[in-house]
Design a protein around this ligand. Structure first.
Ligand code: GLU
Length: 448
């Protein structure tokens, strides 16, 4: 079977980490199985869908590196949904209903009062031609429901295992609105059949939809038994609550503006809620080779922004030099070579912080001076070039012997003078990059 998956957001807002996880898992699954990844924009709702969100979704997927093989938009396919409705009508699987929203609410309330589930009573199926004519004459327009078969609906979910529903426990879903607009339940099935989707991988909020959609797909001439379904539990916060309230700050846009690396998001989201340990991957191919949908657990994964922060640092640490070099060049940090990157990467929370260390090694900083006596001796004892990885040790040993300083009293003033701060990469690595001229100037308190 050719693997073909789709990520199907509605362009009604920005993608957040929850959407990104679904997109990523689809993408990884497709790539891992030599399949195709489609972006399908569920944009039939013309009032809420905005072209700028469709653009933002594509940009955000590009930023994550989730390359698309195809893009489809439901708004281009209204004619297909009309044909599908006709087909269902002709097969007796779609029937017109005339209840107003208020009447439906009342029905649900009555059912609830007698302790029954809110399943539509199919009253519209009992309408005669004369009843329908009378309703239409009074100005009512029909909406259309799909008539479910009242049998068992069973599938083997790739995440949840065997899932079982009974048609009689479900309401016949509305598939076309009174104004003729096809609803997601219909358009999604039409697309899954016509665009030959093999694996539907989505959030677990769609489990009940799948029960209904299995029957719609079949009624449309598709083969649901030949399709696979996977429903991933939705991300929750540290208290186990849905992320919905925080999603604004967890949009990919916001994270990007905060300087979070796309691979940090990818690594975290690929392994969160799986039985694998969460480790930073250097790139998507590496992630792909480690990802396995079978290890996604049914327990809702906790998304912790602090974990994303840590993952960002770890991602910078494992980043390949070939990926780093063009970024440094783009930032105008032309002198930075691999030794520089290796020296500083472990101290970065954000890639942009590299600028600070670049200034320390190749530019000019304001030294912080204390213990002038120590600094004068240290400047005198600076060895001749060339400097290498052993220079720091040899030099500080000599300075320690000459001044009697040791430990913190020796190292802190030197670090402050040479780098302007208290903390940072190993000075053994930095010193050869700083070089004799800058070191000498800084030890004597001059900006250099
Ligand atoms: N537009 C739906 C959503 O965003 C798509 C669900 C699906 O993958 O079928 O929830």
């Amino acid at each position: 079977m050719t693997v073909r998956v789709r990520f199907a957001p509605s362009p009604t807002g920005l993608l957040h980490v929850g959407n990104a996880r679904i997109a990523l898992v689809n993408w990884l699954y497709a790539r891992r199985h030599g399949g195709r990844f489609m972006l399908r924009l569920d944009d039939t709702d013309r009032e809420r869908s905005k072209p700028e969100f469709a653009v933002a979704i594509a940009e955000d997927l590009d930023w994550l590196g989730l390359e698309r093989d195809e893009t489809a938009a439901q708004s281009d396919r209204f004619d297909r949904y009309e044909i599908a409705l006709r087909r269902l009508q002709e097969a007796g699987r779609a029937y017109p209903c005339y209840e107003t929203p208020e009447e439906l609410t009342l029905k649900r309330k009555r059912l609830a009062a007698s302790g029954k589930p809110p399943v539509y009573d199919r009253a519209a199926l009992d309408l005669s031609d004369a009843d329908r004519a009378a309703l239409e004459a009074s100005g009512r327009r029909p909406h259309w429901r799909f008539r479910l078969e009242h049998g068992e609906i069973v599938w083997e979910d790739l995440v949840r295992g065997p899932v079982r529903f009974h048609g009689a426990d479900l309401s016949d879903p509305v598939i076309v609105r009174e104004d003729g607009l096809p609803l997601y339940t219909l358009s999604s099935c039409v697309d899954d059949v016509e665009l030959a989707v093999s694996h539907v991988i989505r959030g677990e909020d769609h489990v009940a939809n799948t029960a209904v959609q299995v029957q719609i797909v079949e009624a449309l001439g598709g083969d649901p038994a030949g399709m696979a379904f996977a429903h991933l539990p939705l991300l929750v916060d540290a208290e186990g609550r849905g992320l919905s309230k925080r999603l604004g700050s967890l949009s990919l846009r916001a994270l990007r503006e905060q300087g979070i690396e796309p691979m940090a998001i990818n690594s975290l989201l690929a392994f969160l809620g799986t039985s694998d340990s969460i480790e930073a991957a250097a790139n998507l191919p590496e992630l792909m080779s480690r990802f396995d949908l079978a290890r996604v657990s049914r327990t809702p994964p906790r998304f912790d922004p602090a974990e994303l922060e840590r993952m960002n640092g770890r991602t910078l640490h494992v980043m390949l030099w070939e990926d780093v070099r063009p970024r440094l060049a783009h930032m105008g940090l032309a002198e930075a070579g691999e030794a520089f990157w290796q020296a500083v990467r472990g101290n970065l929370g954000r890639f942009a912080e590299v600028r600070h260390w670049y200034a320390v090694c190749y530019g000019s900083i304001e030294p912080v001076t204390e213990d002038p006596e120590l600094l004068v001796t240290a400047a005198d004892l600076l060895p001749d070039a060339p400097w290498d990885g052993g220079t720091w040790k040899a030099w500080t040993t000599a300075v320690g012997a000459a001044t009697g300083r040791k430990g913190r009293a020796l190292y802190r003033p030197l670090r402050r003078a040479l780098t302007g701060t208290d903390r940072g990469p190993e000075l053994g690595d930095l010193l050869p990059l700083i070089g004799p001229a800058r070191a000498r100037a800084r030890l004597s308190g001059k900006a250099a």
